[in-house]
Design a binder for this molecule. Structure first.
Ligand SMILES: [Zn+2]
Length: 326
């Protein structure tokens, strides 16, 4: 982080909040010129908050380690294959984790209850190596996503190791000090450029969800290259450096949505569906959400978006879907 801060110190800076007043149309205006990479840089309170999130993450993980390890061991005892003991066992574990990570990450962006855990990682309006340390405190919510690994015969230790290496790989992509890399690297690997797009204000659904290999996004239709300046953070930012609020604010919003008097005033079917929706769909994720419209729930999850300037062949399916929602 110190080296990155030094590198950024000598670069021209964007003004923090320079895109705050931009409307959704302006943010998605394809006539805007393509932007060179101009960093936002560091801010002390932001970095301290990220370090606080890391500390809380370590404590939370330690608190549930006994339980998650027991679950993994149980799954391994009931394995249906022995992929971990083959010659390419560890390579297989790395690939399997990366594949499952893509879906874990995607579901965290699509399911509100899971988003409540992951939103903390997206809460910074800056983007630097300290942002990578904004790790969530409720990761146990998606531990089940990786159970196919022990079930396929990767030992719990090998599974954890693959997860750790995957996380470590993703550290360096959280930076504005590295511009686009040579095309062959950008084509296959998750890079700083790809991940900057991911930390831009969200489109529907999010793009660049990969951990190590960007090929998953290309395969599953969530790839969109970095072509213009990115507005980091959430459309509705939470304006806090308090790690506890960062970690739990969306859980609190879900509870508030469920407890709304309007929800209880409607029919049992409608209110049950609305309560389910509060768990299932990040608020505002689907503008056509009939329950949110009817109940006038304030969308707390922003619709979109980072600046984009589509090239002739670069209109990803995700962008088309977003356009349809506008
Ligand atoms: Zn994410």
């Amino acid at each position: 982080m110190a080296a990155e801060a030094l590198v950024l110190k000598n670069r021209p800076k964007r003004t923090f909040g320079d895109l705050d007043g931009a409307t959704r149309d302006e943010l998605s205006d394809p006539s805007l010129p393509a932007d060179p990479l101009v960093p936002v840089g560091y801010e002390t309170r932001d970095t301290v908050a990220s370090l606080g999130m890391l500390a809380g993450n370590l404590v939370a993980n330690a608190a549930v380690f006994g339980l998650t390890h027991r679950i993994d061991r149980w799954a391994y005892r009931h394995r249906v294959a022995n992929l971990g003991s083959t010659r390419f066992g560890f390579t297989g574990a790395m690939m399997a984790w990366d594949f499952l990570y893509y879906w874990d990450h995607r579901w965290m962006h699509e399911v509100r209850l899971l988003w409540a855990n992951h939103v903390s990682h997206h809460s910074s309006e800056r983007y630097n190596l300290s942002t990578a340390l904004r790790q969530p405190w409720s990761g146990i919510l998606t531990h089940w996503v990786f159970l196919p690994m022990p079930l396929l015969g990767f030992t719990p230790a090998m599974t954890s190791q693959a997860g750790l290496y995957n996380l470590l790989y993703q550290y360096w992509v959280h930076t504005e000090a590295i511009d686009r890399l040579p095309a062959p690297v950008e084509a296959v690997m998750n890079t700083a450029s790809h991940h900057r797009v991911h930390h831009g204000q969200p489109a529907v659904p999010r793009q660049e969800l990969a951990g190590i290999f960007i090929v998953w996004d290309k395969l599953f239709g969530t790839f969109e290259p970095e072509v213009a300046r990115v507005k980091y953070g959430l459309t509705k930012n939470i304006d806090t450096f308090n790690p506890v609020r960062i970690a739990y604010h969306e859980f609190a919003d879900i509870a508030r949505d469920i407890a709304q008097p309007q929800v209880f005033a409607t029919s049992w079917v409608t209110s049950s569906a609305a309560r389910l929706d509060a768990f299932r769909s990040p608020s505002g994720h689907r503008t056509g959400n009939r329950h949110h419209r009817r109940l006038n729930l304030e969308p707390s999850w922003p619709l979109r978006h980072h600046l984009t300037q589509p090239g002739p062949l670069l209109i990803a399916p995700s962008r088309l879907r977003t356009a349809a929602l506008r």
